[in-house]
Write a protein that binds this ligand. Structure first.
Ligand code: MN
Length: 328
């Protein structure tokens, strides 16, 4: 599956006036950062740009300049010369934000990406979609300004949880430095995107932590709709509880169930090095990275929990057995 050349991408941008950009549901820092990074740079190049996220910008990322330009839906009768998705491994991840438009350019770093665009730029070695943009924006004829550098550095910081995920590379660190040189303030963005939390968010964690369970080296818990209501938490995301769960030393894999409206559950897996939870997510039509993956699964919380825990336990048994057989 071939990637588009940088010259091809430059030509796509040159020949388009009206450009639609979208990223995934329950947006994280990289979804918002890559969307704003590319969107604002195309706007600076004189293009008419529409940026869309079907869930909008979560409250904790509203420090990013230009976020208010992001809308939640584009009317079906509006036409565009170019439709771009960012940080989405699968068109379903975009939600209903762009209707059934064809996707011209798919820029992403998930190893499970389905290469669904007419043109694709997928780099699974990149730590973030924002990293791909930081590396190539200039070769596409676009420029960095301070807000663009801030958006991309936020994406890089959040997807690497502060430059510490196992896929971290010298290249990502160098591109981080390049973004700092373009005006982004690392400590400030680090604090705003990874450290600052709301009272409701921590309170929401409390409900899930009370229910946390453990079997061998597997830990799991759930955030229910009732918990969300009681804690007064506004988002439908994991409230970054995954970061806390993955810090538990005694486990290899953690699973978090986030109950959504309309009979479906968002499931996310986190794993230690040596495990690949993206395979598990993929088997539930989800996707992600070896150490962090997720899927949206139809069913009640109890049904989904049973199915997911069964498959995850089976996967862990298979891997552990393989490790023993290999003598390591
Ligand atoms: Mn990402």
């Amino acid at each position: 599956m071939n990637n588009a050349s940088h010259e091809e991408i430059r030509q796509l941008f040159n020949h388009a006036d009206r450009i639609l950009l979208a990223s995934h549901v329950r947006p994280d820092g990289d979804a918002i950062g890559s969307l704003l990074g590319l969107g604002l740079s195309l706007e600076d190049a004189g293009k008419e740009v529409v940026m869309v996220l079907s869930d909008g910008v979560t409250a904790n990322f509203r420090f990013m300049s230009g976020y208010e330009k992001i809308c939640t839906k584009v009317s079906d009768d509006k036409s565009f010369d170019l439709v771009i998705t960012l940080d989405a491994s699968d068109p379903e991840r975009i939600g209903n934000a762009i209707g059934n438009r064809n996707i011209d350019l798919n820029i992403d770093h998930h190893v499970t990406n389905l290469h669904f665009g007419k043109h694709n730029l997928v780099d699974p070695l990149a730590t973030a979609t924002s990293e791909i943009l930081a590396e190539h924006l200039e070769s596409w004829g676009l420029k960095f300004t301070k807000p663009i550098a801030e958006a991309l550095l936020t994406g890089l910081i959040t997807d690497t949880i502060g430059f510490r995920t196992s896929n971290m590379s010298p290249k990502a660190l160098k591109l981080g430095a390049k973004l700092m040189e373009a005006g982004a303030n690392l400590p400030d963005l680090y604090n705003k995107s990874l450290i600052d939390r709301s009272y409701a968010q921590i309170n929401y964690w409390g409900y899930a932590l009370e229910k946390m369970e453990r079997k061998d080296r597997l830990v799991w818990t759930a955030l229910t709709l009732a918990d969300r209501k009681m804690a007064g938490y506004n988002g439908n995301d994991d409230a970054d509880l995954n970061t806390l769960l993955s810090s538990i030393a005694e486990c290899d894999v953690t699973v978090l169930f986030v109950e959504q409206n309309n009979h479906h559950v968002k499931v996310s897996w986190r794993s230690k090095p040596g495990f690949n939870v993206s395979e598990l997510a993929f088997s539930f039509n989800g996707g992600g990275h070896p150490a962090a993956a997720g899927a949206d699964i139809e069913g009640t919380l109890e049904e989904v929990k049973k199915d997911v825990l069964e498959k995850t336990t089976g996967y862990l048994k298979k891997i552990t057995k393989g490790k023993i057989n290999n003598g390591n």
